[in-house]
Ligand binder design. Sequence first.
Ligand code: ZN
Length: 239
Amino acid sequence: MENIRVIIWNENIHEKKSEKIAAIYPNGIHGAIAEGLEKFGYNPKTVTLDMPECGLSDEILDNTDVLIWWGHLKHDAIPDEIAEKVKQRVLDGMGFIVLHASRLSKPFKLLMGTSCRAKWRENDETERIWIIEPGHPIARNLPEYIEIDKEETYGERTDIPAPDELIFISWFSGGEVCRSGCCYKRGLGKIFYFKPGHEEYPIYYRDDIRQVLANAVDWAKPSNGPKTTFGNVQPIEKI
Ligand code: ZN
């Protein structure tokens, strides 16, 4: 496993406010995601909203290859200038994996340019995630579909831009569907939005969900391609 520097950012509010959710995620949602990635040979670090600069100092952001984000209740607690810095780091090549309700996070909305709102319902419905691009790197080692017995329902239309690549579509037992695995490129950065992960269910302990996240980290890592040149330049050839 190459040394991809992964940071998992979690607001870490539900786990502190609710005994029920603390029992599901005693080490936080970030802890469960980190444990999953460790099984694939990654060595992720975790940061939380209550840390200085919301856990997203320049030093941390400048040393991150892939940022994973889980937020729900406190999107507005991220100052605009930090959201802007995250966006800029993505444009400069940092991978960005946006989970569940984090579609409404400031950096994701800045990168998408839309409201990112959706229909939703907490009703213990089944989610069946269809892997519709089995040749995509994020689909590696996945079955034809992933079935989650109980999840929060999201429904279309979700106000996100058409993804550059749509990898998963979810069906819910209540009747809705939603685009649940969406790839975007913005600047030099790759962004993956992945829908599952409601805090009331132990989703991030599942082997199949952990496989998706490990695949997504590998896909989203920076390419380390050539430096871009802008502006007026001299000809390479003698003319
Ligand atoms: Zn939720």
